[in-house]
Design a binder for this molecule. Structure first.
Ligand SMILES: *Cc1c(COP(=O)(O)O)cnc(C)c1O
Length: 392
């Protein structure tokens, strides 16, 4: 017996699904250097342009001077420090929830929350387009696992009728690969009617959406009774790293007791929490970032529609252009790159088969002129590809 890794890798290459890591040789931002090439990038999740903000960097630096660089231990031993605690309080305030609990990554927050809440004999119901970390969490929990049709409250309701034990309904807020948003009021209604709980992972909604940047839950005005478990991540619009779960006192205490990805890991560096606290402050004091981003989104959609591109139903900074075929999506991404523009091609298994796309993401750090450049490059590349003989 042996692992035939070479054959697996060759098969992946043949399917045009082989992945490679572009090497970023500059800080994150609109103008980057990737694999030695200067590029105008539309593919990070730094929606508010805070990942390289001078004040956030300074807060990190000052935090390191005061608190050192390492968390040093898990939260339950002696790794829960003053900046972590202050950040949890600020996140509770942002979300309007009684408490929030800091996790090292969003992946771990999702594994931790789902596995702490449901297990054998229980049920977990998920949107079929949920982020991989939520699907993995559901499978790992040992609960009965079922997926409902994308953003379809009626499909959810049917599955809720058959659910047994404690039932957790799990959805992305803003869907990470499509940019559309979950119909939270309808999902919350069905979920509550059956005595189940709704968990929303709004990794991409916090920052850009909601009157105060409180994400999709704030956008819809939903409280603790509608969404008892609310997850956000800090590595996207907040520009730093980490994640949180917000909810009731009992929820947070339960996670501290039972969420293994919370308990058995070293706390994030306290200086990182200092940086995130600064990001939260800038979310309020530099409100123009959210307005500017909204205006770039409008500009992009209008321009793309004029060119005749197939956009998806999204008012968020995630603006995918549907292509369909994986090889075509990769070809378009290469062509854009030859023109100095970087947009990632997203292929199965990250998205369903036959739905490969270019995933454009916009940031408050972009200028109107840069979005115009993107639109011109897209127009050129799509018409060039049309002219090429198709190589199946
Ligand atoms: C990015 C993302 C995560 C993972 O968060 P990390 O902090 O990067 O681990 C979880 N859920 C969704 C919806 C995401 O987009």
């Amino acid at each position: 017996m042996s692992f035939d890794l070479a054959a697996r890798l060759a098969a992946r290459r043949a399917e045009h699904l082989y992945r490679q890591r572009p090497l970023l040789e500059s800080p994150q931002g609109p103008q980057v250097v990737v694999d030695g090439q200067p590029l105008l990038a539309f593919c990070n999740n730094d929606y508010l342009g805070l990942a390289n903000h001078p004040q956030v960097i300074e807060a990190w630096r000052a935090g390191a001077s005061r608190w050192g660089v390492g968390g040093g231990a898990s939260h339950l031993v002696i790794g829960h420090s003053t900046p972590h605690h202050a950040l949890e309080e600020a996140l509770a305030e942002l979300t309007g929830r009684p408490r929030a609990l800091l996790f090292t990554t969003g992946y771990m927050a999702n594994l931790g929350a789902v596995t702490a809440l449901v297990g054998q004999g229980d049920t977990v119901l998920e949107d079929r387009l949920n982020h991989a970390s939520l699907l993995d969490a559901g499978l790992l929990s040992g609960a009965r696992f079922n997926r409902y049709l994308h953003n379809d409250a009626a499909s959810l309701a049917k599955r809720l009728e058959k659910a047994t034990g404690n039932t957790l309904v799990v959805t992305d807020g803003v869907f990470s690969m499509d940019g559309d948003v979950a119909d939270l009021p309808a999902l919350a209604r069905e979920t509550k009617a059956r005595g189940a709980w709704l968990m929303v992972d709004d990794a991409h909604g916090f920052g850009p959406l909601g009157a105060n940047g409180g994400g999709l839950v704030e956008h819809f005005g939903l409280g603790l009774e509608d969404v008892p478990v609310l997850v956000g991540t800090l590595g996207k619009a907040f520009g730093t790293a980490g994640a949180f779960v917000a909810g009731s006192e009992d929820l947070i205490e339960s996670l501290i007791q039972f969420a293994r990805p919370y308990i058995y890991t070293t706390s994030q560096p306290p200086a990182l929490a200092c940086a995130t606290l600064k990001s939260l402050e800038l979310l309020r004091s530099e409100y123009w970032r959210r307005e500017h981003l909204a205006s770039l989104i409008r500009q992009f959609r209008q321009g793309a529609e004029q060119i005749g591109l197939e956009l998806m139903d999204s008012f968020t900074p995630i603006q995918p252009i549907m292509v369909g075929d994986s090889a075509r999506a990769v070809r378009l991404s290469q062509k854009l790159r030859e023109r100095g523009v970087m947009v990632s091609a997203i292929r199965p298994p990250t998205v369903p088969a036959g739905s490969a796309r270019l995933r454009v993401t916009l940031s408050a750090a972009h200028s109107e002129a840069q979005v115009q450049l993107l639109l011109s490059a897209l127009a050129d590349c799509f018409s060039e590809l049309q002219a090429e003989p198709s190589h199946a």
